[in-house]
Design a protein around this ligand. Structure first.
Ligand SMILES: Cc1ncc(COP(=O)(O)O)c(C=O)c1O
Length: 376
């Protein structure tokens, strides 16, 4: 077939998908990206850091991205080379599995986490055959009392900095203090919050620790392909110490002869693109994005309440939940009207992630549809 005809065929499928530009996507943690970032993805799309010896340039960019992520995670810059290590991986799921795989190989043998921890933690427990015990929650946060009563030597405690359903930050510092009393491995899943909390602190919205400035934190997930404005697949796993040796295997056919990641071949155009995004936005640019998302969320809170709807739990990050009588029905009705929305059935809410494409105009349109559905 000639390219023109192929394009025509593909266009049909493209039009079936949702696009951020259409103003009807409310539940996604991804958004549209600047052209330079996408151009970089295409330029480096052949790079494969699974065979890093062949791509020393892309490897250097990975190191630069990891450095930026370590800064976001409050690792001490002077210790980057010796004390902290990181890999760009395919996403939060792979990052969480990698952390728990390492912890298991170090001899830790039970996971403690909350119901709102991302489902990738349960996947990891299942794949790695590690038992998982739930710690109860208090207004969306891990309950310190329950943790204290259940924790024992050998546990892996998984805290979340920005939970998927509610965007709530577990009390990382207090959890660390408890872990300190036991021989535990503490992992923080900041897949979403890692690119948000540092800027919320600068903007005066919150003042919490979530990263390596909590001495017990051994590993941390932080995803460029969420609020880091990088294209998929770009998650990251950061480690205190070179713990990757616990999962390293011989790979004689590769240039380096060793491999220490879950995936073999890995798409690395996204690593270059994550670096382009860091160059494009810089620290201040990311802070501006977070500021705009928070302002749009606060506009939405005011308007949602004016229209007589109730906000569920005070949001900490740019994730908002609206209490609804029948969220599953509301979701169905939104889907019928061409929207992509997300609900939390266990909380009886609809969830909006305030990514840059969720503007005040999008919120006004959403409210019109919501009122219509709830009245019918
Ligand atoms: C807190 C958290 N951790 C992990 C993940 C999984 O990330 P991914 O979908 O990139 O594998 C998500 C995804 O939403 C998340 O919100």
């Amino acid at each position: 077939m000639n390219p023109k005809r192929i394009k025509k065929i593909l266009q049909k499928y493209y039009e079936m998908d949702h696009h951020y530009e259409d103003g009807k996507v409310l539940g996604s943690m991804y958004t549209y990206l600047p052209e330079i970032v996408l151009d970089t993805f295409i330029k480096f799309y052949q790079a494969n850091l699974g065979n890093e010896g062949m791509y020393p340039g892309t490897k250097r960019m990975e190191e630069k991205v990891v450095k930026f992520l370590l800064t976001l995670s409050s690792a001490k810059a002077s210790l980057f080379e010796k004390k902290f290590f990181g890999h760009i991986v395919s996403g939060g799921t792979e990052a969480n599995i990698t952390a728990l795989w390492i912890a298991r190989n170090m001899g830790f043998n039970r996971i403690l986490t909350t119901k709102d921890a991302h489902f990738s933690i349960r996947k990891a427990a299942n794949i790695l055959n590690i038992p998982l015990e739930e710690i109860s929650m208090n207004t969306g946060k891990m309950d310190i009392g329950d943790l204290e009563s259940k924790i024992r030597d050998g546990d892996i405690v998984v805290a979340t900095a920005g939970t998927t359903p509610l965007g709530i930050v577990d009390p990382i510092k207090e959890i660390g203090e408890i872990c300190n009393l036991y021989d535990c491995f503490m992992h923080v899943d900041a897949a979403f919050g890692g690119f948000v909390i540092p800027f919320l602190r600068e903007l005066g919205y919150m003042d919490v620790k979530f990263g390596f400035d909590v001495p017990e934190v051994m590993s941390l997930t932080i995803d460029p392909h969420k609020m880091g404005m990088a294209p998929y697949p770009a998650g990251a796993i950061l480690m205190r110490g070179n713990l990757f040796k616990y999962i390293e295997v011989d790979a004689p056919y590769l240039v380096r002869g060793k491999n220490a990641s879950l995936l073999g071949t890995r798409q690395s155009g996204s690593v270059a693109a994550a670096y382009a995004s860091i160059l494009y936005f810089g620290w201040n640019g990311y802070r501006e994005i977070v500021k705009r998302c928070m302002e749009n969320m606060h506009y939405a809170i005011r308007r949602i309440q004016e229209e007589g709807f109730e906000i569920f739990i005070k949001p900490e990050l740019n994730i908002l939940n609206i209490k609804l009588k029948n969220p599953s029905r509301t979701k169905r009705e939104f889907l019928k009207r061409g929207w992509s929305v997300s609900i939390n059935p266990s909380y009886g809410t609809m969830r909006i992630v305030f990514m840059p494409h969720v503007t005040t105009r999008v919120i006004e349109n959403f409210l019109k549809v919501l009122k219509n559905i709830e009245k019918s």
